[in-house]
Design a protein around this ligand. Sequence first.
Ligand SMILES: Cc1cc2nc3c(=O)[nH]c(=O)nc-3n(C[C@H](O)[C@H](O)[C@H](O)COP(=O)(O)O)c2cc1C
Length: 209
Amino acid sequence: MRKSWLFVALLMSASCVLAQDLKPIPLPQPQTDGGRPLMQVLKERKTTREFAANKLPAQLLSNLLWAAFGVNRPDGRRTAPSAMNWQEMDIYVATSDGLFLYDAKGNRLEAVLAQDLRAATGTQPFVATAPLDLVYVADLSKTGSGPDAEVYTATDAGFVAQNVYLFCASEGLATVVRGSIDRAALAKAMKLRPEQKIILAQTVGYPKK
Ligand SMILES: Cc1cc2nc3c(=O)[nH]c(=O)nc-3n(C[C@H](O)[C@H](O)[C@H](O)COP(=O)(O)O)c2cc1C
């Protein structure tokens, strides 16, 4: 009995150390002036499912996350609309280094887990090796509980995903938005709270040559 308690205590302290090892990562200021003309970007928006393994540099990641759902006005409103301005969509960032949460206001990545969860973010093989899997998670504590909440959260995720599609088209990156996810398994792996609901995931990386 005492031995098993000792084992549990050791396991818990090991996971605490891992979580503490992951510090919040400040992101460079997003560069919000560049980009290609909108009509050209719309012409080139597309889904790609083959990715090179190269990591995205911090500046590009910052720009990408800002385009996705960053703060674009002094009142704290965002680059994507959200029903009733709920701003309920959290963007989790799964990389080989761990799982992070995009803090749009603080322009940084909060460390969530020191585990590579990329493979768990979808059912297709490329998700495990692409450099970045974004997971769009609605925080239902920020939404109304009426019948429209489900439609609205799905719609809100779509806007974020399209922002990412357009950013990727502008930057020559590859991306695919994904609904094919084992949501129960992923929620468990991400240690989500019961009021958090996974809506979609989106893989981003450099196109495979
Ligand atoms: C809500 C939604 C879910 C999707 N889920 C997946 C998916 O799980 N896996 C995948 O490879 N593509 C997925 N796609 C991408 C579509 O297959 C793709 O957008 C479609 O084939 C049209 O191609 P295009 O984006 O190049 O125009 C999804 C797209 C949407 C909008």
